[in-house]
Ligand binder design. Sequence first.
Ligand code: MD3
Ligand code: FE
Length: 202
Amino acid sequence: MAEPEIDLRGVRVLPGFLGPEAQAAMLADLREVARAAPVIRPVTRAGPMSVRITSAGRLGWVADRRGYRYEPCHPETGAPWPPIPDSVLGVWRAVSGSQVDPDSCLVNLYRDGAKMGLHQDRDEGDFGFPVVSISLGDEALFRVGSVEKGGRTASIWLRSGDVAVMGGAARLVHHGIDRLREGSSTLIPGGGRINVTLRVVR
Ligand code: MD3
Ligand code: FE
């Protein structure tokens, strides 16, 4: 039986949306993405990010000393981003409620204590579309705040196979990853966590 949906300050969490076989198949597809578009550790004005990233789709999210933006090509290879794997697109089509497919699939890799501070996703051109997130590998403590800075937050452990949908008022809430529970999943050889986020950028 499917696990019940959770509403975390407007974020819809679908625990165990992907079973072990679907997780393994998606991981294999993401390895192909990383082969075509090597993973990067962005260095922003705030310093090096602890999370490593790559992308698939028409546009990839890029961070450097100049800022944050979407680009059609990999910043180091100059090649177009690889297509979004069907395994990933299938999740978007099942949960987003959007007739439009995503332009961008950001792949975040967490290991060795990587985390992500509270932030908003505001580099897209239309906040009317939801963001869909898929968690793979080690469990991560996900924190959700408000649209405004400050105020109360709520947290939940995201596990491998969990899917989250951020739409409507939740699209612009502050959110972040405080820490990982290292060794909590055996999905990824060598450990760590992968988060895939799907966005319509326009
Ligand atoms: C809430 N990623 O890439 S996923 C990001 O686990 C990002 O790697 C985190 O935040 C991660 O920008 C969190 C859950 C998530 C993703 C996008 C959101 C929550 C969101 C956009 C709006 C509101
Ligand atoms: Fe985000």
